[in-house]
Design a protein. Structure first.
Length: 399
């Protein structure tokens, strides 16, 4: 019987890596359904729970808010308890939050339990890149591609099956609660691996604050724009299509298409990124695709709706590219963990107003031209900072 591998040291034997692979992919699969299941059911949730335009926007902004607030705790938890136990705690928080919010009768409790769920995701978000870097130093691109693919598969499943699950189980509440059970299953491999995992390297921090690094700052801004676009799309894309006259089923499927197109790209982009020294051409292509997608959603959402969903999904594949860049812009395990925490926490903090602005702008204007114009404007800093983040530097050299 092979014991679980240690996350703080490279793993070489195939048999020994299997528990670690299962752990990474099981956690990744649960990092998005908590957000993507809300959009297709948002009108029903708003009516039942009592969400107005502001609180509905706040609901879609909770993921980046929680990632910004709770993400910085992940390196400390990993140093003290080990990465696997920290991941297990994150999955248990996610399961409790998703199951509990399905019982909430009012907006405050619903938002608080959603916060608990997103806090659990925040811990896992930060730790997975460093787990990949430490566990698979020679195959970081491949493993980043694999876990990005499972992350995208989870997001796709949440969007595609939110409405069918709610109908099959009798209500939107039961449809949301089932995802908590799936998250609970993901805690099992983490709990089993805890005995074989050491605490994250070193115990003491040796690098100066990463805000001094131009590459770290650029990556944080690039991440912020990607997070804003991703969570705005997950929260509001289905509503855009419902406002254009499509049914809840069709709107949910179009959201699923947007997410699903990222599945092959989530695997391909990190693998391609690690094979090239300079990733700036990838950044330019993804930004250009975003310009086309948001323009189409603003002006012609009812014309070729599948095209805008497809282009939006391609554009948001900048997210797995960001995850790959985190592993490439640092040379050490400590550097990857701290860069992951800095880029994701700062990026998500800057992304918090985005979904709220979109929700309020839609409520005030009654349309989607102004909200999509806001996303178009954000592509300017995405291009500038993305080009810097994609150029060959490491934060250790800069610091």
């Amino acid at each position: 019987m092979v014991s679980p591998p240690t996350l703080g040291a490279p793993v070489r034997r195939t048999a020994a890596t299997l528990p670690l692979v299962v752990l990474i992919l099981a956690v990744a699969l649960n990092l998005r359904p908590g957000a993507t299941t809300v959009g297709p059911l948002l009108p029903e949730i708003r009516e039942a729970v009592g969400l107005n335009g502001f609180t509905a926007g706040l609901l879609t902004a909770l993921p980046p808010l929680c990632f910004a607030v709770f993400g910085p705790l992940a390196p400390r938890l990993a140093r003290r308890f080990g990465a696997a136990l920290a991941l297990a705690a994150g999955m248990l928080m996610l399961a409790a939050g998703l199951a509990g919010r399905s019982l909430a009768a009012g907006p405050v409790l619903f938002l608080l339990l959603t916060t608990l769920a997103m806090a659990g995701i925040a811990v896992a978000n930060v730790l997975l890149p460093s787990v990949v870097k430490q566990g698979f130093p020679a195959r970081a691109g491949l493993m980043t591609g694999l876990y990005s693919t499972f992350l995208t598969l989870g997001a796709t499943a949440g969007a595609a099956f939110a409405v069918p699950a709610a109908e099959a189980l009798g209500s939107w509440r039961n449809g949301l609660a089932v995802w908590g059970a799936i998250a609970l299953v993901a805690a099992v491999p983490a709990l089993r691996a805890r005995r074989g995992t050491g605490r994250a390297e070193g115990g003491r921090r040796t690098l100066p604050p990463l805000r001094r690094s131009p590459t770290a700052r650029a990556l944080a801004v690039f991440f912020a724009v990607n997070a804003t676009a991703a969570y705005t799309t997950m929260g509001w894309l289905a509503q855009i299509y419902r406002d254009a006259g499509y049914s809840a089923h069709t709107a949910g499927l179009l959201l699923a298409l947007c997410v699903a197109v990222g599945v092959p790209l989530a695997f391909a982009l990190p693998v391609l990124a690690v094979r090239t020294r300079d990733q700036r051409a990838l950044v330019v292509g993804l930004v250009a695709t975003g310009v086309a997608a948001y323009t189409g959603l603003a002006l012609w959402p009812g014309t070729a709706p599948w095209l805008w969903a497809l282009l939006a999904g391609v554009s948001q594949s900048a997210f797995p590219l960001s995850l790959a860049l985190i592993g490439m812009r640092a040379r050490t395990g400590e550097g990857v963990t701290l860069l992951s925490s800095f880029a994701q926490s700062t990026g998500y903090l800057c992304a918090i107003p985005g979904p709220i602005i979109v929700g309020v702008a839609h409520e005030w204007t009654g349309g989607w031209i102004v909200p999509m114009g806001f996303l178009l404007a954000l592509l300017v800093p995405a291009l500038v900072c993305g080009l810097r983040a994609a150029s060959p530097h490491t934060v250790e050299d800069e610091l």
